[in-house]
Ligand binder design. Structure first.
Ligand code: AHM
Ligand code: MG
Length: 332
């Protein structure tokens, strides 16, 4: 039998490979790991208890919020605050950034965390996988001073860690600290995450494309032409279309099998739908760490300097050759 490595052991063993290792990032990751377990437990019960459905609130993007979004948001915020390591949080569910005051009411945390606590949440009440996405930066402002907007508006290339939890047929936490991508699966009997997918690499090319084709008529010309290319019969094409509607799940599958995920801008969503800071950036970091490519159609996602915390961006990521092909159609 293979030696089992838990996520907790893995985080500690790999701490020294992290350039600024002081153990604090490990503690923060441990907080996220714990909140992930709590959300997993709740998501698993979604069909059983009366927790699904709208919570009667509307989030900052004007979308109706469901109870599990609120639950996940609260649990992750609490888990991050409890560790006394981060000085601020941006969440998809909260309009302004959150300042964290430590136990002595200081603002001494070294890191900021940006997250989408429950991505794809419209899938919950139909028992389809959802996920949590997180991105971690070192703050720019001096420790001890109040956290500022500029601490959150850093380009993705400055991320020190990023990851997601996919609440699927199995629940997995997949993360990177800039040293490759590793995936851990929860053993539900023991409640622990075990290393199940070490050193994940995205195949250089693939045969899956993931996009909401219902929006086809609204797509830019370059995307329409790339979709036609995917559908043509030649070589390994036509490619299979797979679209779950939860980016974490679509990305997770494509990362393991090879493929491209696309959420373009269109005539309805002129800037795209996905959020740069807590959806595109962390997935782009994971993509690159797994040898893939993430782009807005023209530019590397992680080079984009954000101007607002809930900024939207067209997003294409996955197998390098497929994303390059998409970009070549874009530039025509
Ligand atoms: P959300 O953060 O409101 O859940 O939106 C993000 C989700 C992605 O996970 C998913 O890929 C996409 O929105 C689906 O959108 P659409 O239904 O427009 O295809
Ligand atoms: Mg989301």
């Amino acid at each position: 039998m293979k030696k089992l490595i838990t996520l907790g052991e893995f985080i500690i063993e790999n701490e020294s490979s992290f350039p600024y290792a002081t153990g604090e990032l490990s503690k923060l990751l441990n907080g996220l790991r714990l909140a992930g377990k709590m959300v997993n437990h709740e998501v698993n019960k979604a069909g059983l208890v009366d927790i699904i459905g709208g919570a009667g609130e509307v989030n900052v993007q004007g979308e109706s919020q469901q109870k599990l979004d609120v639950f996940a948001n609260d649990k992750f915020i609490q888990a991050i605050k409890n560790r006394d390591i981060a000085c601020g949080i941006v969440s998809e569910e909260v309009e302004e950034f959150i300042t964290i005051h430590g136990s002595d009411s200081s603002n001494n945390g070294k890191y900021v965390v940006l997250m989408d606590p429950l991505d794809g949440s419209s899938n919950i009440d139909v028992n389809v996988s959802v996920g949590t996405i997180f991105s971690i930066f070192r703050r720019i402002t001096p420790i001890g001073t109040p956290v500022e907007l500029k601490d959150f508006l850093q380009p993705g290339s400055a991320q020190v860690a990023a990851g997601y939890i996919v609440y699927g047929t199995s629940t997995m936490l997949v993360y990177t600290t800039g040293n490759g991508v590793n995936g851990f699966t929860i053993n539900p009997a023991l409640g622990s995450y075990y290393l199940s997918h070490p050193n994940i690499k995205i195949p250089e090319s693939g045969s899956i494309y993931s996009v909401n084709l219902g929006n086809y008529v609204h797509f830019p010309k370059g995307v329409k032409n790339y979709v036609k290319y995917c559908q043509q019969e030649e070589g390994s094409r036509p490619y299979s279309l797979r679209y779950i509607g939860s980016m974490v799940s679509d990305f997770h599958r494509n990362m393991l099998k090879g493929g491209i995920y696309m959420y373009p801008n269109d005539t309805k969503n002129k800037k795209g739908k996905l959020r740069l800071l807590y959806e595109a950036n962390p997935i782009a970091f994971l993509t690159e760490q797994a040898n893939g490519k993430a782009s807005d159609g023209y530019n590397r996602i992680m080079d984009i300097v954000p101007s607002e915390i809930h900024q939207r961006i067209p997003f294409f990521c996955g197998s390098t050759k497929m994303v390059e092909k998409l970009e070549s159609f874009y530039s025509q």
